[in-house]
Design a protein around this ligand. Structure first.
Ligand SMILES: Cc1ncc(COP(=O)(O)O)c(C=O)c1O
Length: 481
């Protein structure tokens, strides 16, 4: 019997993942035909020339090919502290990188993760409650899958959100319960917005089992304040929700008046020993940008042993996370220490990457906010700007009078047309805001600020020129929004 799309799982057919959607496919076609494309659609730093950290690659290199440790000439390439460290680590990976590990991951890496959390937050962390994953995506999916028990169960997710959450909820048959982030107030969360979304969910018979918070935010670039995190934890406790704290951008904070504070720390500080917390981290972002290595971890708090066992069983069903990814996670959480030969270079490379990102966030944010009809703040963190733009909606569109679903569909269509025209005309590939969700009646696109610094200024001016021309273009002649 042949296979056709109609035989596939309907949930797969329904799932949408905008950051690799039709606009990106068109970008790839144009690229194949010889056009230069600037991929601002996805937070994939090394694809946009961010260099990998030497320390991490050297560690992986020696762990993958330990025969180098027997060659004096080869060894001369590596710092002494790293060679010593690899010597110790090899005993802890006795079967090498080609063998499966324990389901939760290599115990010494789980221990290093727990020590990292203790150092970062000044709170205790239990290595038995750390599970190493193939990137944070798998960690998020594990929690969603495990928690969705009954039809009608759902998760509160931010609007705008990273489409991993909406797509995975669709895949697993969970309900999306969107809560709006407040664009007027730097995309912070308000308790009123959370309560409203929960009430609306209840009214349509949906039962919230958890809340997802992305901090620093994707696509918003916002960094949550401690007060905001406290409010969210209290809200979750009051409503019996588990919390997924997606903290993959924790190293990407650029605003001088903001700093990253983890949910784990705030939960500890407020003395909440009951609200289940699932914290995610990844090697893909920060200053590592090792998206291809698929490393990350899930830390579970306020979760009893029998529940933990089920999460480990879930991981065991796909055996374990890939071992180079586990080792990349190790390099992330156990970097060289002061006094090590590797230290100065590591620090230099890390600082240069973060400084570059900070400057690019500023250039992009300030530049685009000067374009007539566009508004965006300088991103406080993460790797993205969620840019709002104004556009006449076109002939026959009296958007104010339309039912909400119709208006949302029109906006999604106009945004997609805009992003496609931007791509065709300038080679710049961004993602329509509707792929992330957005306040009703507004138009956005998401762009990264990852291209090299010398390209960012050109990118900003091309985007600006395009926008002004497009908004005044023939399609909209004489039409008002
Ligand atoms: C908020 C957020 N969470 C998770 C991920 C996925 O990260 P990973 O590469 O670790 O799976 C991303 C990737 O862009 C992200 O933006």
């Amino acid at each position: 019997m042949s296979i056709s799309k109609t035989r596939l799982n309907q949930r797969l057919l329904d799932a949408e993942y905008a950051v690799r959607g039709p606009i990106v496919q068109r970008a790839q076609e144009l690229e194949a035909a010889g056009r230069k494309i600037i991929y601002c659609n996805i937070g994939n730093p090394q694809a946009l020339k961010q260099p990998p950290l030497t320390y991490l690659r050297q560690l992986l290199c020696l762990m993958e090919y330990p025969a180098l440790l027997d060659s004096e000439a080869a060894l001369a390439l590596f710092p002494k502290d790293l060679v010593e460290r690899v010597g110790l680590l090899r005993a802890k990976v006795p079967h090498g990188t080609g063998a499966y590990t324990q389901s939760a991951g290599l115990p010494f890496v789980c221990r290093a993760v727990a020590e990292f959390i203790e150092r970062r937050d000044g709170i205790p962390a239990d290595p038995r409650r750390v599970i190493l994953t193939d990137g944070a995506s798998k960690a998020a999916q594990a929690v969603l899958l495990a928690m969705l028990r009954n039809p009608g169960d759902g998760f509160m997710i931010p609007i705008p959100q990273y489409p991993l959450y909406s797509a995975s909820l669709t895949l697993y048959g969970g309900e999306q319960i969107g809560y709006y982030l407040d664009e007027q107030h730097g995309w912070q969360l308000s308790e009123a917005a959370l309560s409203r979304s929960l009430d609306e969910a209840r009214a349509r018979g949906v039962h919230a089992v958890g809340i997802v918070v992305i901090n620093p935010g994707n696509p918003t670039g916002a960094v949550l304040s401690v007060e905001n995190i406290r409010m969210i934890i209290a809200f979750a406790r009051r409503h019996g929700l588990v919390v997924i704290a997606d903290e993959v951008y924790q190293e990407n904070v650029y605003a001088p008046d903001r700093s990253f504070v983890s949910f784990a720390k705030v939960m500890h500080d407020v003395g909440d020993a009951t609200t289940p917390l699932f914290s995610l981290h990844s090697v893909s972002k920060g200053f590592l940008g090792e998206c291809g290595h698929r490393g990350g971890y899930l830390e579970l708090r306020n979760v009893p042993d029998d529940v933990l066992d089920q999460f480990i069983k879930l991981q065991s069903i796909s055996l374990c996370a890939n071992v180079p990814g586990q080792l990349a996670t190790y390099a992330m959480v156990a970097p060289p220490r002061e006094g090590d030969e590797s230290y100065a270079r590591y620090q230099r490379e890390r600082d240069a990457i973060l400084e570059d990102l900070r400057e690019k966030a500023r250039l992009l944010g300030e530049g685009l906010s000067r374009v007539p009809g566009m508004s965006v703040d300088v991103p406080q963190g993460a790797l993205y700007a969620f840019v709002r733009f104004e556009l006449p909606l076109g002939p026959g569109a009296d958007a104010g009078a339309m039912p909400e679903a119709e208006r949302a569909a029109l906006i999604a269509e106009r945004e997609a047309a805009y992003c496609l025209a931007l791509l065709e005309e300038t080679g710049i590939c961004v993602v329509p805001g509707s792929g992330f969700g957005q306040p009703p009646g507004t138009l956005h696109f998401r762009t990264t600020f990852l291209p090299p610094r010398d390209e960012i200024e050109a990118l900003v001016s091309r985007l600006g020129e395009f926008h002004v021309k497009y908004a005044a273009g023939p399609a909209f002649a004489g039409v008002t929004a």
